[in-house]
Design a protein around this ligand. Structure first.
Ligand SMILES: [Zn+2]
Length: 324
């Protein structure tokens, strides 16, 4: 009798487990279908070979010193093999001797870090298609940035180019909260960081810069996609969103840290800045903007970054006025 009850209970348990398993399988297939639908709608995923799929989708690892990009240092950009998103440029690449391609930085926003299932390492995946790239390590001292993206060659596709796909511009025009507000709204801008530049003190604090004795100006670093915008567009935005005739101030903000200045990083940027300066001068605008070579940029404290985004406000000090 007891045996009968036990076997009946086992049958019930088996049935329950079967239902749970069936429910799980149905929900999984729905998820897969969702993903496929999203993928085909929003991005074109390349068909992968068996080995590419093993690394990119099943998070496998190619054997060291076997990948085609491990020791390649040609000029170009490294894209995600699966979806084509640009992930790294050859400027980020360095020789680590570890057996896999190594990069000490990524194209802003292109790579996502997630805790590895092994509980200790940090896995890196393509931010767009979530394909597995490899792992990221810090504190090894390989380069000044002290970061090593250890990436499987097979997760990447190298696109040779002599053209600069991404560039950086540095502008100072008063309180950097308002400057960042406007540059963040601009098409082609990939990343902005507020900070300090033009002074003599290393790693200055906000309080030091506010004292007006460091020589630093409140400044913005703008990384932009050169296929979508250019330095001239950004420099025009710079002039249109502040009063370049004011010396060492912008409205209520007074002090040399609030001066108007373009820190150019190339002869081409200088030429464009000079041309815009003359164009405004000819319009009767007595421009006080300084145009000087870029030296060093120090990111400001975290609470200054994306200030108006966090606060959901509008700048008091930077109003858009078309001048061109
Ligand atoms: Zn991708």
């Amino acid at each position: 009798m007891f045996t009968g009850i036990i076997s009946q209970n086992i049958k019930r348990l088996m049935k329950l487990l079967y239902i749970i398993l069936l429910t799980w399988l149905v929900s999984c297939s729905a998820k897969t279908q969702d993903l496929q639908t999203i993928s085909s709608d929003t991005m074109k995923l390349r068909t992968l070979t068996e080995f590419e799929s093993y690394v990119i989708r099943d998070k496998g690892t190619e054997r060291p010193f076997t990948g085609e990009y491990t020791d390649m240092f040609d000029e170009g950009v490294y894209a995600c093999k699966q979806c084509g998103t640009h992930l790294y440029t050859s400027n980020h690449k360095f020789h680590s001797g570890c057996g896999w391609p190594a990069f000490d930085d990524e194209i802003p926003g292109a790579v996502t870090r997630i805790p590895d299932v092994d509980g200790s390492r940090i896995e890196i995946i393509c931010s767009t298609c979530k394909g597995h790239l490899g792992h990221v390590f810090t504190g090894e001292g390989f380069t000044q940035k002290n970061v090593r993206h250890c990436v499987n060659s097979v997760s990447l596709e190298f696109i040779p180019t002599t053209e600069k796909l991404y560039d950086t511009a540095y502008f100072a025009n008063g309180c950097f909260w308002g400057t960042q507000y406007w540059f963040n709204k601009t098409e082609g801008v990939i990343k902005t960081t507020v900070g300090y530049s033009g002074g003599n003190i290393e790693n200055p604090t906000y309080e030091q810069v506010c004292s007006g004795n460091t020589g630093h100006a409140e400044c913005i670093e703008v990384i932009y996609d050169t296929s979508k915008t250019d330095f001239k567009t950004l420099a025009k935005l710079f002039f249109n969103t502040h009063d370049p005739t004011q010396i060492n101030r912008q409205g209520p903000d007074i002090g040399e840290q609030y001066r108007s200045e373009i820190f150019y990083t190339s002869a081409k940027q200088k030429q464009i800045a000079d041309e815009l300066f003359v164009e405004l001068y000819k319009k009767g605008i007595d421009v006080a903007t300084e145009i000087t070579p870029f030296a060093k940029f120090y990111p400001a404290e975290e609470y200054h970054q994306q200030y108006y985004e966090k606060k959901q406000g509008i700048p008091y000090c930077h109003v858009f006025r078309e001048k061109f």
